[in-house]
Design a protein around this ligand. Structure first.
Ligand code: APR
Length: 309
């Protein structure tokens, strides 16, 4: 079993991620780091006290220092501020870039062999910041977006079709949220193309709702953004890595020629295993999907350039 998984940020996403990792017993220890004194310590103790009831032995440790994270195999980065109503993910750019740069520098120093999973938004740009700050190869810097976007899409499809979520498979490409590119050819209900079960206007409405899935939650919560589904998505990636499961999941990865693009993080189908990103799978796209993907990459490159200037 993996010795240590670290979660940076003990807020809504970070704390829920740590709890899920412990309940799945994916490591001997989960270390949660936050800048606020007392919060990681208090939450981790509360979580550890749930262990006898839930029956897990994974020790949850909360701290303000990186010393206890040393030698982590996987580090999930959730530090940063979350959206409030009316804010786009890009409104978080400058603040979260500074935070992600600082925490990644610490992580790279204390856990030089770690695989990083970035969750902080705006996701694709934060992956770039983490790759720059860590100097890690692309195999060890991945972003969590596609699993969440696909889960939202699958949940809405299950509702519309009144079938089990488990029977819906979907693949989404592109940037997180607004510029996501769902692949209709890869959306099936137990292998049955979804286009045989729902008409185009109904599918378009579901795609639109998925694109705005994060904003819909922010509108309800008002004081923060989604965390149950985002943490579940991050932990699915952690699980695929630590169990060397070779799962094929949509993740943000650094492109080096795949899909005709380079030098940008974008959501693509990734095979995840013990080495992190083990392969990017290239799917045949329609002309419209390819054009959407290029638009999506442009939407990531804009804020990337803004950071550099
Ligand atoms: N080092 C460590 N932790 C930090 C730092 C830092 N430099 N800066 C901020 N944090 C912590 C905050 O103290 C807070 O506890 O990050 C935590 C963020 O938690 P929340 O505000 O609850 O935000 P959350 O909902 O968890 O979202 C975190 O994930 O989904 C994305 O858009 C979301 O960027 C946001 C991130």
């Amino acid at each position: 079993m993996i010795d240590t998984i670290t979660v940076i940020g003990a807020g809504n996403v970070g704390a829920t991620t740590a709890q899920r990792i412990a309940e799945k017993a994916l490591a001997r220890r989960v270390v949660v780091v936050d800048v606020v004194e007392g919060i990681p310590q208090g939450k981790a103790l509360d979580q550890w006290e749930s262990a006898p009831i839930e029956g897990f032995d994974t020790r949850i440790i909360g701290t303000n220092s990186y010393a206890e994270t040393a030698g982590s195999s996987v580090v999930v980065i959730t530090a940063g501020i979350a959206r409030k109503p009316g804010m786009s993910r890009d409104d978080l750019l400058a603040t979260n870039a500074a935070i992600v740069r600082q925490v990644t520098t610490e992580v790279a120093r204390t856990s030089p062999d770690a695989i990083l999973i970035i969750v902080s938004n705006p996701l694709d740009v934060m992956c770039y910041v983490a790759k720059q700050a860590s100097g890690f190869p692309r195999e060890r810097v991945l972003g969590m977006a596609g699993v969440l976007d696909a889960a939202r899409y699958r949940a809405f499809l299950a509702d519309a079709l009144d079938v089990s979520v488990r029977d819906i498979q979907a693949m989404v490409l592109g940037g997180h949220g607004d510029t996501m590119v769902p692949l209709l050819s890869c959306t099936t209900v137990s292998g049955i193309p979804v286009t045989q079960l729902l008409d185009r206007p109904a599918l378009d409405r579901i795609v639109e709702r998925t694109r705005n899935g994060g904003a819909e939650i922010v509108q309800h919560l008002k004081t923060g953004s989604a965390f149950y589904a985002p943490s579940a998505a991050a932990v699915q990636m952690v699980e695929a890595i630590v169990l060397d499961a070779k799962r094929v999941l949509p993740c943000a990865a650094w492109l080096e020629g795949e899909y005709g693009m380079s030098g940008v993080f974008l959501g693509v189908p990734c095979k995840l295993g013990r080495r992190g990103l083990e392969r990017i799978i290239e799917v045949e796209l329609t002309d419209a999907e390819r054009a959407d993907l290029v638009r999506s990459a442009d939407a990531v490159r804009g804020p990337m350039a803004a950071l550099a200037s």
